[in-house]
Design a protein around this ligand. Structure first.
Ligand code: ADE
Length: 226
C-alpha cells in the first residue's frame, strides 16, 4: 500500500512512521508513506496557503488553489482509491473503517489546519472525511498518523504473527480479553488458574467469555453494531 499525505507540518509526521511496526512495514516494502509540504504549491513568494474567511470571523482557511494544484499533480502520478480529509466533522474512525481502507492500494490524506480547508475542495476532490474522535486537534497530522498506523498494521505480513490482528479489540465488535505474563503470583494476585493448565481449548473458551463480559460491561454499544 502507498499513502501520500498533504500537510503544512511534515516534521510532525516524521517520527510516527519511523519506529516499531510502521518502520518494519516500510522496510519490508509492504507500506510506503510519503509526505508533501503544501507550501510547495503556495500561491506567492510569501508561501501563502491560507487566507481570511469570507463573511468575517476569526481563523484562517486553507485556500483552494494550493490544495487543488497539489492534488492535481499527485493524481497525475497515481490513481487514489480514496482522497481522505481528516476533520472533526468527518465520520468517526473505527476498526471497521481501518479494515476497509487496508484493502486499498493508494490513499491520499489531507491534513487540515486553522479553520479547515475551503469547502469547494471538499466537494470537488475529497471522497471520504474522517474524524478520530469528538475533540478538536490543532491540525490533522496526529489524526493522519493514527489512521496510517491502524491501517498499516493490518496489511498482510506486517505483524510477525499474522493472526494476531484478528484477535485485537474491536475485531468481531468485541474488546480483547485480559492478558497476563510472569510471575504467576504478583504480590499475592494470581493469574487465573485456567491459563496455567495448558488446555488450549479451555483457554480459548475462557478468553471468549472474558471478551464478552468486558464488552458488556464497558462498551455494550458495540454488541448492537452489525
Ligand atoms: N483535525 C482536528 N481535529 C480532528 C479530529 N478530531 N479528527 C480528525 N482530524 C482532526
Amino acid at each position: 500500500m502507498h499513502i501520500d499525505i498533504i500537510t503544512v507540518l511534515p516534521e510532525l509526521l516524521e517520527s510516527p512512521f519511523n519506529h516499531s511496526i510502521m518502520k518494519r512495514a516500510q522496510e519490508k516494502g509492504l507500506l510506503t508513506v510519503q509526505t508533501y509540504n503544501l507550501r510547495k504549491w503556495a500561491i506567492n513568494k510569501h508561501m501563502q496557503i491560507d487566507d481570511y474567511q469570507f463573511g468575517g470571523g476569526a481563523g484562517m482557511v486553507m485556500m483552494c488553489e494550493p490544495l487543488a494544484n497539489a492534488i492535481d499533480e499527485l493524481q497525475q502520478g497515481r490513481k487514489y482509491d480514496e482522497i481522505i480529509y481528516l476533520t472533526p466533522d468527518g465520520k468517526t474512525f473505527n476498526q471497521k473503517t481501518a479494515n476497509h481502507l487496508s484493502l486499498f492500494n493508494n490513499l491520499l490524506l489531507i491534513c487540515g489546519h486553522y479553520k479547515g480547508i475551503d469547502e469547494r475542495i471538499r466537494e470537488q476532490y475529497v471522497t471520504m472525511e474522517i474524524s478520530i474522535g469528538d475533540y478538536v486537534l490543532s491540525g490533522g497530522e496526529l489524526a493522519a498518523a493514527i489512521v496510517v498506523d491502524a491501517i498499516g498494521r493490518l496489511l498482510p505480513g506486517v505483524l510477525s504473527d499474522e493472526t494476531s490482528a484478528l484477535f485485537d479489540s474491536f475485531q468481531d465488535n468485541l474488546l480483547a480479553p485480559p492478558v497476563y505474563t510472569r510471575p504467576a503470583d504478583f504480590r499475592g494476585k494470581k493469574v487465573p488458574e485456567i491459563l496455567l493448565q495448558g488446555d488450549p481449548k479451555k483457554v480459548e473458551e475462557w478468553r471468549h467469555e472474558q471478551s464478552l463480559l468486558r464488552t458488556k460491561t464497558r462498551r455494550p454499544d458495540l454488541l448492537d453494531e452489525e
